[in-house]
Each structure stands twice: as structure tokens, then as C-alpha cells.
Design a protein around this ligand. Structure first.
Ligand code: B12
Length: 286
């Protein structure tokens, strides 16, 4: 748990603004320490970082707060999946993480992939479901093993969908992966899958890639762009290092909760599916 000062430092949100967002919009709900100090958890840090980033990119605070809370609830305003749609079952991953039912987990994943557009699967179902899984894990409702069990299956399913897509030889090329020490790859993998489905040549490099390997691969392949993510505060130094090392040779774009805190790279926004589709349009229009 973090104090208000530490939370402000980690998210770049000034204390007074933090208090306003908390009281006016209910974006976070701190608990109280024995001495009656406000304490914030990792999920609060994540939400505040996303909110700060949306506000910095021009969203009105009220709208940004709505987006952050809806992400959690999983329904994008005016665009909620119809009742009965597999995209409206946002607690399925939590349930599977509790009962370790691999058949149910795999058939849930197959069902959502079969019944919706890939970008919608990622933005409207997978990302909010993972947020719920993280919250359940933090509360102790899902064990570490349960969370690993679910995220391993999700990674298998995303990889399978990626693998089945065609590789367009003449298309623009994008490298996608994570910086040294960074292991939350489901967001970038979902992004890579949608990008490939839109006709871009995607070279997926996976998690935890050292800066020297980024530099060498950019030099060797000469991509049109590189995409990384900043899912946690702890990823910031390694992403900064990678961006500094490669942004003189290629365009670097970022996703993940803390994407707005890196200089020298362009933030792609908080919906990997929408961001991948618009990057594909941008690159293929060149
Ligand atoms: C699955 C998971 C894991 C798995 C990941 C497996 C894998 N192969 O990817 C494993 C087990 C490896 C893991 C490990 C850890 N995890 Co973890 N994990 C998660 C969980 C449940 C989902 C992660 C995820 O995929 N998120 C995807 C989305 C939801 O993340 P997002 O960054 O908020 O991004 C938003 C957007 O920017 C966008 N987006 C995401 N990616 C991209 C990419 C692009 C290109 C674009 C355009 C947009 C985009 O989508 C999101 C929705 O708007 C989260 C919960 C959560 N809320 O995220 C915790 C979470 C991220 N983990 C957490 C922690 C603490 C850890 C560990 C430190 C635990 C430990 N003690 O070992 C380690 C660190 C590992 C490391 N070195 O990186 C904390 C992070 C808190 C913080 N410090 O910021 C979280 C938030 C859980 C929590 N509530 O406490 N984890």
C-alpha cells in the first residue's frame, strides 16, 4: 500500500488533483491506516495513471473518470455488448482462476474469439477481464497459481490466433515486445494480433528483451515502427532506456497504464485493439 505522497510520485498526479478525482469522481477508494492516513493499492496506482494520461491527452476529467471506471466494469458507454454476448461475461476468467477448470477456460476463450471481431475481443472483453483478475488476485480471491493458470491459457490462445494469420510480405513492418524485466505481455500480444490481422508484418519479440537486443534488432530489420508497453511503474526505467536507445533510428510507440510518462515516444492510448487498427491504417496509407 502507498501513502498519498508516494502515490502522487508514482502516478505524476499532484496530491490536490488526486484528492479531487477521488472525491468528485470516485476513481479510487483508499483505505485508512491506523493513524487515519489514506493508503492506495496497486490497482489505484494503475487507475490514476490511466486517468492522468487520458486527461493529458485532452479528455475532460469527468469523461476520463468514466472511462477508467467503465474499463473496470467492462462496458464502454453507449457501446456495451448486448446481453447474452460472450463479451458481457467479464468474470469468467476470475471464476476459471478459482476452479482451475481448463475445459471451461479454453472453451470460454474459443467462444469469445469465434463470436466477435478480434479488436473488440481485446478491448471490450480481454483487457477488462484481466483488470478483474488482477483485482481478485490482489484481494486474495484468486491465488497466484490461479492467476498464472489463466494468463498462461490466454497467452496460448492469443498466440494461436496470431499464428493463424497470414504474413503479408510487402507490408510495413512493426516490432512488438517488452523491455528488460517486463513480463506483462498480454496487452502487447493482443495488440500484435490485431495489428497482424490488419495486414501489417508483425515481428513479435515477447517479454523481457534487453536494450542491446532491441538496438541490434532495430538495426538489422529496419522496422517502420517499434511498439512497447509500460504496464507497471517498475517498467518505467527499462522502457526509458530502450526508447532512448532506439528512438533515433525508428518511431517508438507505447501502450500500457504508464505510457504517458516516457519522453521521446508516442502514446498509443488505452485500447490495444483500436490503437492497432489505427496504426495499421496509418502505416498502410504511407
Ligand atoms: C496476468 C498478470 C501477471 C502475469 C503476466 C503473464 C503474461 N504472460 O503477461 C504474471 C504472473 C507474469 C505477472 C507478474 C507480476 N505482476 Co502482474 N498482473 C497480471 C494482471 C492480472 C493482468 C496483466 C495484464 O495483462 N494487463 C493488461 C492491461 C489490463 O493492463 P494495463 O497496463 O492497465 O493497460 C491498459 C491500457 O494501456 C491497454 N494496454 C495494455 N497493453 C497495451 C499495449 C498497447 C500497445 C496498447 C496500445 C495498449 C495497451 O489496455 C489496458 C486497458 O485499458 C494484472 C492486473 C491489471 N490490472 O493489469 C496484474 C498486475 C499488472 N501485476 C502486478 C504485479 C505487482 C506483478 C508482480 C510484481 C507480482 C510479483 N510479486 O511477482 C509481477 C511482475 C512481473 C514483471 N517483472 O513484469 C500489479 C502491478 C502493480 C504495479 N506495480 O503497477 C497488477 C496491476 C496487479 C495488482 N492489481 O496488483 N502478472
Amino acid at each position: 500500500m502507498y501513502t498519498v505522497g508516494r502515490t502522487s510520485q508514482l502516478t505524476g498526479v499532484p496530491r490536490e488533483t488526486l484528492r479531487k478525482w477521488e472525491q468528485r469522481y470516485g476513481v479510487v477508494e483508499p483505505v485508512r491506516s491506523e493513524g487515519n492516513y489514506r493508503l492506495y493499492d496497486d490497482e489505484s496506482v494503475r487507475r490514476l495513471a490511466v486517468m492522468r494520461d487520458l486527461v493529458d491527452s485532452g479528455w475532460a476529467p469527468r469523461e476520463a473518470a468514466r472511462k477508467v471506471l467503465e474499463d473496470r466494469a467492462g462496458a464502454i458507454a453507449g457501446d456495451a455488448p448486448p446481453p447474452g454476448s460472450p463479451l458481457s461475461h467479464l468474470d469468467e476468467l476470475v471464476t476459471c482462476g478459482q476452479d482451475f477448470d481448463v475445459v471451461r477456460l479454453e472453451s470460454t476463450l474459443d467462444k469469445v474469439f469465434a463470436q466477435a471481431d478480434l479488436a473488440d475481443v481485446v478491448d471490450e472483453w480481454l483487457m477488462p477481464s484481466l483488470v478483474r483478475l488482477g483485482e481478485a488476485w490482489q484481494r486474495g480471491d484468486v491465488t497466484v497459481a490461479g492467476e498464472h493458470f489463466v494468463s498462461a491459457a490466454v497467452l496460448r490462445r492469443l498466440s494461436q490466433a496470431f499464428h493463424q494469420l497470414p504474413h503479408p510480405d510487402e507490408a510495413p513492418r512493426v516490432l512488438v515486445g517488452l523491455a528488460r524485466g517486463s513480463r506483462h505481455e498480454l496487452g502487447v500480444m493482443g495488440f500484435a494480433m490485431v495489428l497482424r490481422s490488419r495486414g501489417v508484418q508483425v515481428t513479435y519479440l515477447g517479454a523481457d528483451l534487453p536494450v542491446e537486443a532491441w538496438v541490434e534488432t532495430v538495426r538489422e530489420l529496419g522496422p517502420d515502427a517499434v511498439v512497447l508497453a509500460v504496464p507497471t511503474v517498475e517498467d518505467l526505467p527499462a522502457v526509458r532506456e530502450a526508447v532512448q536507445a532506439i528512438s533515433t533510428s525508428t518511431t517508438v510507440l507505447l501502450g500500457g497504464a504508464h505510457q504517458g510518462r516516457i519522453e521521446g515516444a508516442e502514446a498509443l492510448g488505452h485500447q490495444p485493439g483500436v490503437a492497432a487498427a489505427s496504426l495499421a491504417d496509418r502505416l498502410t496509407a504511407r
